[in-house]
Write a protein that binds this ligand. Structure first.
Ligand code: FAD
Length: 458
């Protein structure tokens, strides 16, 4: 199996460069662990709030090594996984606030990449959520109606003819077109934020694994690469890896591996056979859905949210590949697009998504307030990590911010059970959701979890 740097289409496209590891004892005002989107946005917001702050970012791989460089690159305005879930968890008024915040975030993010000249192949092509069953059609209609009640004007219901006209799959029965958001190269976005941070004076130490964070006087000391980094405050932007440094958060999230394949470039005739001229990112209505999009050089990226939980919260390179998922991905492509059943696939990889029982991020502090953390972006982090970066910068600088009163900041999600119950529970829910995706009715366990507002998805 290829290393992630070669296997992941986006990472393989990054220009090679020589990263700088931490090699001697160093100090900073604020240290951010993790050079993914959360950590780098946090560093940029720290510099915006306090331009004089000495900020360092520490990353075990290179910037974009984690989910930020491995995702599908589908940017949406979603902060809350689904507007229906937001209403269920936080009430109608806060769901309305999150919906507006999500739209504002996409507008600010895309203005930022344009103004700073971050070349991440952004295409504002919107998204489609396609219905594969009559139940999905009903849900599509409900979601458009709710979006309108929440003040969103970008959602439009499509019938079978309208969705087929967009993209030619015999499986589509209808769907929802959302005008906002689009597609981009997520690794180039992350790398662009790294360069922007460096331009503002942020020091970025890569190939530097932090082994511990502990108190030292009024501040913290981080041990990494056989040396130390001391700081007044630390931000952990370590997503699905956070339990390695802060075991206490283990019961608030689960790491789930999603897998993706990327095809060879399609010929013009092959594109004609499937349509997709507007190049939207696409998802479907199943619990374990496919997500897919065209790439800048005319390939198809095809992913699955049928995620794997590796017992004991394992997150390491041994999880980066799954031949079983690659085979089922190819098979599901053939079912969706039989006219291109012979398409060849050139890249395949996995990455860890970080999920909570309420499917929205959460934030917290540790070591007497010296450490702040934020994680749990599920499959929506391309946009929502920017909001998280803003929240974390305010928490670390102890500044008042307009986002700190959001329930996803003030309230922790319902906990997951510890092992071995965790593994058994995840397996039971996975099996039950598979049955629903195959057309069965939700069993008692799923109905109970639904009543409690507890979800399971990457
Ligand atoms: C396969 C896949 C598809 C996805 N598709 C989409 C999509 O289309 N749209 C969307 O919005 N979202 C998508 N997501 C989700 C999105 O990628 C994440 O929510 C987002 O990237 C999270 O960013 P992050 O910075 O919090 O985490 P990460 O990018 O994982 O960053 C955490 C960083 O911390 C580093 N780190 C961890 N521990 C240490 C340590 N001890 N020392 C030093 N460094 C450390 C890691 O190496 C990593 O780089 C997808 C995710 C995956 C995996």
């Amino acid at each position: 199996m290829r290393s992630i740097e070669q296997a992941c289409y986006w990472l393989a496209r990054l220009p090679p460069r020589e990263p700088l590891p931490l090699s001697t004892p160093a100090e900073a005002d604020i240290v951010v662990v993790g050079a993914g989107l959360t950590g780098l946005w946090a560093a940029l917001f720290l510099k915006q709030l306090d331009p004089g702050a000495d900020v360092a970012v520490v990353e075990q791989g290179i910037a974009a090594y984690g989910a930020s460089g491995r995702n599908a690159g589908m940017l949406s305005e979603t902060v809350d996984h689904s507007h229906g879930l937001a209403v269920q968890h936080f009430g109608f008024e806060e769901a309305r606030r999150l919906a507006a915040l999500g739209e504002q975030n996409v507008a600010e993010l895309t203005a930022f990449i344009r103004d700073r000249g971050i070349a991440c192949d952004y295409e504002p092509s919107g998204r489609l959520n396609v219905a594969l069953t009559p139940a999905h059609l009903e849900e599509a209609a409900r979601s458009v109606e709710l979006a309108e009640r929440l003040g969103l004007t970008t959602f439009r219901l499509l019938d079978a003819a309208a969705v087929q006209a967009e993209v030619h799959s015999p499986l589509y029965l209808g769907g929802v077109a959302v005008a906002g958001g689009g597609i981009m190269d997520p690794a180039r976005l992350t790398d662009g934020l790294r360069r922007e941070g460096e331009r503002l004076g942020v020091r970025i130490y890569e190939r530097t694994t932090v082994h511990s964070v502990s108190e030292r006087g009024a501040g913290v000391v981080l041990r990494a690469n056989g040396t130390t980094l001391t700081a007044r405050r630390a931000i952990l932007a370590t997503s699905a890896y956070t339990h390695h440094l802060l075991p206490a958060v283990t019961f608030r999230f689960i790491p789930l591996y999603d897998y993706i394949i990327v095809s060879e470039p399609l010929t013009p005739a092959q594109w004609d056979a499937i349509g997709w001229r507007r190049r939207q990112g696409i998802t479907d209505g199943r619990a374990f859905f496919n997500y897919y999009r065209p790439t800048p050089d005319g390939r198809v990226l095809w992913g699955t949210s049928e995620a794997t939980y590796y017992a004991g919260n394992r997150v390491d390179p041994s999880c980066d590949h799954s031949p079983h998922h690659y085979a089922t991905l190819r098979e599901s492509w053939r079912r969706h697009f039989p006219q291109l059943a012979d398409l060849g696939w050139e890249y395949e990889w996995g990455g860890a998504i970080c999920s909570t029982t309420r499917l929205t991020p959460f934030f917290g502090r540790a070591l007497g307030g010296r450490v702040s953390y934020g994680l749990g972006f599920t499959g929506h982090g391309l946009g929502s990590t920017r909001i998280a970066g803003r929240i974390l910068a305010h928490l670390a600088l102890e500044r008042k911010g307009d986002l700190l009163d959001l329930s996803l900041v003030t309230r922790a999600p319902f906990p997951y059970p510890p092992e071995p119950l965790r593994r058994l529970a995840v397996n039971a829910v996975t099996r039950a959701l598979r049955r629903v995706d195959a057309g069965g009715a939700p069993n008692l366990m799923l109905r109970l979890l639904d009543r409690l507002g507890i979800g399971f998805s990457s």
